[in-house]
Design a protein around this ligand. Structure first.
Ligand code: PBG
Length: 357
């Protein structure tokens, strides 16, 4: 069971003191305390607000496509795969809104996918081209890239498969080369999302040896085997409903039942040299975000994943939710849980709301 720190004050439970004035009967035991006083006016609510969301808390994940243009993703209404031209324009808009960093995800053409994901090691692959284009146009925005093989493998797994097993160490060797290529293209934050053991330390060594001591690592430290990645796999698969979409990743991603294990994963990644850690998905795992931040006090991020975006967006499009209010409330919830920032497909929409209000 989760151990919680005791509250620094007692919750009032005793009976109303006999001397309390009659007029306050309906207020129970503590007639002088009216919690609603601090909620009565907008200025007062602003004064006592404990947490605030700002555009500088947001990282915007963007999907890339080889052809130029914008290509809608059916399961993520409002999110498009972008060709390099539209990508640079979109990143410029995000930057102008105060978003500090973007994360780039390639949708690799199906004919380039292979059993071993060789395209990951092509220095001119889509993600490397995109990093170069973005950094050339906006040297002052942070660019983050996933390290994992799933955009490139025909089977959709994050690692190499040998006799039906996702092999660890052989995969890590490839991931190190992938990370160095992305750093050479200008990537600022390498983000291993593969969940192989020992990859953070190996990637740190490889980056340092290649002269990239300044390139940061944000590890997907506690990444769960989640149903909420469905739309993402749709977005990076060349063909919707391709066999890769429903891959079972439970032999490397975490069991949703576990939280202590997340602390161990985070401890290991920090020991191996991670500069920042991430918990993923977000909303169903806010307890993990909170425990990680409490236990380690390091820069902690949450990834509000594709399925979480789709839930809010889908309900809003059906008229079942106030989409904007639900988006802002969910994002603030991450801050309250202790996250320093959130990766979210809502980043630009939320930054626009923050600018307006
Ligand atoms: C790749 C990766 C995934 C996501 C980010 N990087 C999918 C997966 O692990 O299957 C999910 C992001 C999202 O759903 O928005 N390893």
């Amino acid at each position: 069971m989760t151990k919680r720190a005791p509250l620094p004050y007692a919750i009032p439970t005793r009976a109303r003191p006999a001397e309390a004035p009659k007029a306050f009967d309906s207020l129970g035991a503590y007639p002088r305390i009216r919690m609603r006083r601090n909620r009565a006016d907008a200025w007062n609510r602003a004064l006592v607000a404990e947490h605030r969301l700002s555009a500088s808390d947001l990282i915007w994940p963007v999907f890339l496509q080889e052809e130029d243009g914008c290509f809608p993703i059916p399961s993520m209404p409002g999110v498009d795969r972008l060709g390099l031209g539209p990508l640079v324009d979109a990143v410029g808009e995000a930057r102008a809104l105060g978003i500090p960093a973007v994360a780039l995800f390639p949708a690799t053409q199906i004919e380039r996918k292979t059993e071993d994901g060789d395209e990951a090691l092509n220095p001119d692959n889509l993600v490397c081209q995109a990093v170069r284009a973005v950094k050339k146009a906006f040297p002052d925005i942070g660019v983050m890239c996933d390290v994992a093989l799933d955009p490139y493998t025909s089977h959709g797994h994050d690692g190499l498969v040998r006799d039906g097993v996702i092999v660890n160490d052989e995969t890590v060797a490839v991931l190190c080369r992938q990370a160095v290529l992305q750093a050479e293209a200008g990537c600022d934050i390498i983000s291993p999302s593969d969940m192989m053991d020992g990859r953070v330390g190996a990637i740190r060594d490889a980056l340092d040896r290649a002269g990239f001591a300044q390139v940061r690592i944000m590890s997907y430290a506690a990444k769960y085997a989640s149903a909420f990645y469905g739309p993402f796999r749709d977005a990076i698969g060349a063909v919707s409903n391709s066999p890769g979409n429903k891959r079972d990743k439970r032999t490397y991603q975490m069991d949703p039942a576990n939280a202590d294990e997340a602390l161990r994963e985070v401890a290991l990644d920090l020991a191996e040299g991670a500069d920042m850690v991430m918990v993923k998905p977000g909303l169903p795992y806010l307890d993990v975000v909170s425990r990680v931040k409490d236990a380690f006090g390091v820069p902690t991020f949450a990834y509000m994943v594709s399925g979480e975006y789709a839930m809010i967006k889908g309900a809003a499009l059906n008229g079942w939710l106030d989409g904007e209010a639900a988006m802002m409330e969910a994002l603030l919830g991450f801050k309250r849980a202790g996250a320093d920032g959130v990766l979210t497909y809502f980043a630009v929409d939320a930054a626009k709301v923050l600018k307006r209000d």
